[in-house]
Design a protein around this ligand. Structure first.
Ligand code: TXA
Ligand code: MG
Length: 316
């Protein structure tokens, strides 16, 4: 990984403070950032992404203390999880302080907070000295970017500055856990597994699928939220031209792409692989179903949603 370029960080921090949009790398995916305390700047994020105002944004901060300062309540579970997993790919949803504008949280009384484990993101947060609201830096419903080139291709001129810190490390979006209710809820699985979280705070429930498209505690859970343009399937179609992402064995006669056999390695290259295949204008991308074990849950979730077969109805 390249170490942060001082001049680039200074420029990005200046732009954030001036109310502009800056795309920056986190360890998961690139984020499209704005000053989280500036409602007008945050409104630009929604416009640039074509994202509905009903989808809340994650607020990124430089430290546990900075996160605590934005939460109206800080339960023991938050302290334990933050100490164990921050900086890292875990977002904690907590009651928000009034200083966070409602546009950030899509009118919810809660806010998603995380300290990212990427030196570029941390340097930017420290220098900007404000919390940064940032969804993934892609147009709504598209595949998340793991390189600066992906951001440029998806958002073009609608972003003021792209901080290029190379490819991201984790490769899929953070695990999202709500601690705002009476019991901890897993809102979005990720590479910090439910099992790893349970070792720290005990039993955690998976969020119940909703049947309504508008009342969503976690909009990232909609089916097809994480899709390439090319249809993604688990069964090889008998017709057309496609590619097969395999883990245990290739298929005879297919355009085979070998994927890492460990979950962390697989996640790290998944979106890059899908972005690349998307540009080949194939008829389909077929995927070998990964193991049904806790460390693969985040990957299986994204693949299932990308296939349009998620547990929630698709939004259009
Ligand atoms: O890894 C990540 O989480 C990346 C990087 C940039 O940090 N960000 C990301 O943001 O994936 P986005 O906007 O694509 O997904 C944010 C998800 C939402 O879909 C929702 O599930 C959850 O975070 N979220 C944020 N605030 C929430 C809140 N107040 N209540 C419930 N869920 C919330
Ligand atoms: Mg996203």
């Amino acid at each position: 990984m390249t170490s942060p370029n001082k001049a680039a960080i200074a420029e990005a921090a200046r732009l954030i403070r001036a109310g502009s949009l800056v795309a920056f790398p986190t360890e998961t995916v690139y984020g499209l950032g704005a000053n989280a305390l500036d409602a007008a700047a945050v409104a630009r994020i929604f416009a640039a992404k074509g994202r509905p105002a009903s989808s809340p944004l994650i607020v990124h901060v430089a430290s546990l203390e900075a996160a605590r300062a934005l939460a109206a309540e800080w339960p023991d579970a938050a302290e334990l999880l933050a100490r164990k997993f921050w900086p890292g790919p875990l977002t904690l949803v907590l009651a928000k302080k009034p200083v966070i504008p409602y546009i950030v949280t899509a009118d919810l009384a809660t806010v998603g907070l995380r300290v990212p484990a990427n030196p570029w993101a941390l340097a930017l947060l420290k220098q900007a000295q404000v919390p940064i609201a940032a969804p993934s830096a892609n147009r709504f419903m598209h595949l998340s970017p793991t390189t600066a080139a992906h951001v440029r291709a998806s958002l073009g001129d609608s972003v003021d500055y792209i901080l290029d810190g190379g490819a991201t490390q984790v490769g899929i979006e953070s695990t999202v856990v709500s601690l705002a209710g009476s019991r901890p809820l897993l809102l979005r699985p990720g590479m910090i597994s439910a099992a790893a979280i349970e070792q720290v705070i005990g039993k955690i429930e998976a969020a119940q699928p909703l049947t309504s498209a508008d009342a969503h505690p976690s909009p990232g859970m909609h089916a097809r939220h994480y899709s390439p343009q090319t249809p993604l399937v688990f069964q090889i179609p008998s017709q057309g031209r496609g590619a097969y992402l395999w883990i245990t064995r290739p298929l005879e006669g297919a355009h085979n792409i070998k994927m890492p056999a460990d979950a962390a390695g697989y996640a790290a290259v998944l979106y890059e692989t899908l972005h690349k295949l998307d540009s080949e204008k194939l008829d389909w991308i077929a995927v070998e179903r990964p193991p049904d074990s806790p460390e693969w849950a985040g990957i299986l979730d994204r693949l299932t949603r990308a296939s349009g077969a998620g547990p929630r109805p698709a939004v259009s």
